[in-house]
Design a protein around this ligand. Structure first.
Ligand code: ZN
Ligand code: MN
Length: 258
């Protein structure tokens, strides 16, 4: 497919035509959040946007401008608010942004929407935003609309995780700024990663409860919740390929006419 994939670069008649023809619309959901001393604040938007672009090229889709601010970073999954650089928005605000975008796309006859999320804390606010959009549109009127919600890490196959983590996968919550994200960023945007700045003070070992307002002392000072050791561009390419293929498969299954 050689059609342009970035929605924001199209003139309106072209956007209108592509939407009318049923192009799946990918909405990247990110954050501006610390990702250790070694990696860029925009990682959580860079990754889902790049994955969406790769998938969109294969299915004739369009990638919408992403949401660059995420629901509040939490200590156990993103380091939390104590780190300079992170800019949080509330779950309520985030879900209303998702709701408003879906409602306006539906008003403009878009019927195939795929959210591609790159920030753990966005999961439930995204679900809430989708539900609010369905309420606002009206459940009956929304029957012709399909919204697919994807967290990119869920597309990674078990076999690939076993190759990347021969000693065992620590789980996605602890993967913040760690091997998965660092490897994918090394593959995509190596200029945004500086492994010489990586500090090896993880992995975090969290207690099975949360404490407010003081974040737990168990958050590693670097902001990396697990480990960066073993990150490599080659692994990043395996991971990105899984994410791309996974989304292409989902879109082809859910939107069979293309
Ligand atoms: Zn991240
Ligand atoms: Mn995040």
């Amino acid at each position: 497919m050689s059609q342009p994939v970035l929605y924001s670069e199209l003139p309106w008649p072209e956007a209108e035509r592509r939407v009318r023809e049923g192009a799946p619309l990918f909405l990247p959901l990110g954050a501006t959040e610390q990702h250790g001393r070694h990696m860029a604040l925009g990682t959580d938007l860079v990754l889902p946007t790049a994955i969406a672009v790769r998938a969109a090229r294969r299915v004739g889709g369009l990638v919408l401008p992403g949401i660059a601010y995420g629901n509040r970073s939490q200590p156990k999954t993103g380091g939390g608010p104590a780190f300079p650089g992170t800019i949080n928005i509330t779950a309520n605000t985030f879900s209303l942004i998702v709701r408003d975008i879906i409602c306006d796309l539906h008003r403009q006859k878009a019927r195939r929407i795929v959210t591609v999320n790159g920030h753990y804390e966005n999961v439930w606010p995204t679900i809430e935003g989708i539900e609010l959009a369905l309420d606002a549109i009206g459940r009956d009127k929304a029957r012709d609309l399909t919204i697919l919600r994807v967290d990119h890490w869920d597309m990674i196959r078990k076999e690939t995780l076993e190759r990347v983590f021969p000693d065992g996968y620590p789980g996605i919550e602890l993967e913040h700024a760690s091997v998965l994200e660092t490897s994918m960023m090394l593959a995509l945007r190596p200029e945004l990663v500086d492994l010489t700045q990586a500090v090896h003070d993880g992995p975090a070992s969290f207690l099975p409860y949360d404490r407010y307002p003081e974040p737990p002392a168990e958050v590693p000072a670097s902001g990396v919740l697990s480990l960066t050791e073993g990150s490599a561009a080659e692994k990043g390419e395996w991971l990105l390929k899984d994410c791309e293929d996974g989304i292409v498969n989902i879109v082809n299954r859910e939107f069979p006419s293309g």
